[in-house]
Write a protein that binds this ligand. Sequence first.
Ligand code: NAD
Length: 498
Amino acid sequence: MTKLQQQITLPNGLVYTQPLGLFINNEFVAAKSGKTFDVINPATEELLASVQEAGVEDIDAAVDAAEAAFNDGVWAKQEPLERGILLNKLADAIEAEADLFSAIESSDNGKALWSAQGDVALAIKYFRSTAGWADKIRGSIVDSGETHLNLIKREPLGVVGQIIPWNFPLLMLSWKLGPALATGNTVVLKSAESTPLSALYLGTLIKKVGFPPGVVNIVSGFGRPAGDAITKHQRIKKVAFTGSTAVGRQVLKNAAESNLKKVTLELGGKSPNIVFADADVADAVKHIIVGIYYNAGEVCCAGSRVYVQDTVYDKVLAEFKVAAEKVKVGDPFEEGVFQGAQTSEKQLNSILNYIKVGKEEGARVITGGERFGTKGYFIKPTIFGDVTEEMKIVKEEIFGPVVSITKFSTVDEAVKLANNSNYGLAAGVHTADLNRAIDVSGRIKAGTIWVNTYNDFHHMVPFGGYGESGVGRELGAEALENYTQVKAVRVGLKKVFK
Ligand code: NAD
């Protein structure tokens, strides 16, 4: 028998009804193939639920629903303020169940509960921020003399496809849904296969607060066939993707070979975190820790290459090692735990393999370098020293709690090392000298430069990558540009007065 919901008791005792179906046209439905897949709690390796798996025909059904909702005109053409009101209601509904959302997220993703609570708070804030934009999308009038009137309008695109990753499931969902809905689009969103639960639960709130059927459709499923079907779909006008660079390339290719849908990509990184000799060492170490061990290192902009000026290198390394060894790893629901589990067995093995390669390449494990415990996908906070720029662990994104640390002597050398990557998502600069901070920030090729801080987001500050880290920007006013297109209406005027 098809099971479309299930009661789940979360580790902190919360009991709730988890939807398991595909959320299409405001209903939870079974996959047409009847297929399901298992969702594992990465901290316990136990089964949390089995959810319906979307196939190509389910993506078609979701697109049908989204297209009908777009074409009937109600959503896109109503007074924009109404869309803002609904987005605010959604934010209120999430807030009313914030504890539940945080616990779902921790259980599904493995992240520490405090960290999940932070994600939920940020998602609520971002929905509210995009609600505020809904009636502030401005066009313009271009003056070309008295013979014509030129109206420049911003219109929604239509049905947009959104593919989100597993490291920040609810937060990435908010970054995608908020601007798409505020600007009048309708959506087919696919969650990541290892973390589908919070997105499905959100479906219940989408319906409850009154979004019209078909405006938001949420499907659980794998990259192939479901993600692939979204990127190739002829009736999807835009795709927004967050995930690996390898898949990002494929997304662009599929868009080009199908209907030239617009594409925005938020991809990987190998971000430098630079400490200059004049920096406040205790503060810099705090930001190095947050830079690499926050969310168990499963952060696209993780500060995974630390560069320290030679005169303070020994001091910084000594303090960093002590702090890394104090990072509490373990049960995400346990008080004081900073670093939870890696999100999947696949990711655990991928990180452990990088650690093995690092050792084989001759890098020195300063601390960590192995699995933590035997049950659950935990890894000890790891620091590699004695690295060279050619090593795989310095070049490739590990996406785990593993960092390399290297010495430099001059500002030019630091900038050269920082830019020695095909990625360009973020960078950290730690210095007491404002002139140096501004100079180095200008010379580093990355979309975000954090000065004397790290992993420090604000919903009004745009985020996105240079180079192979992506295309387009999320957050802030820039996010709205991804979801609107410009229409120019040039009206020829008859001269009435002589
Ligand atoms: P991934 O890129 O395969 O998965 C991200 C999302 O893309 C998921 O929803 C997945 O189902 C979907 N997807 C996968 N293949 C697809 C395809 N062919 N077409 C359309 N959608 C597809 O990431 P992964 O394999 O889970 O993790 C591998 C690496 O990706 C990680 O180690 C990390 O380096 C990187 N990653 C980066 C981010 C980020 O925030 N930038 C997030 C997740 C993973």
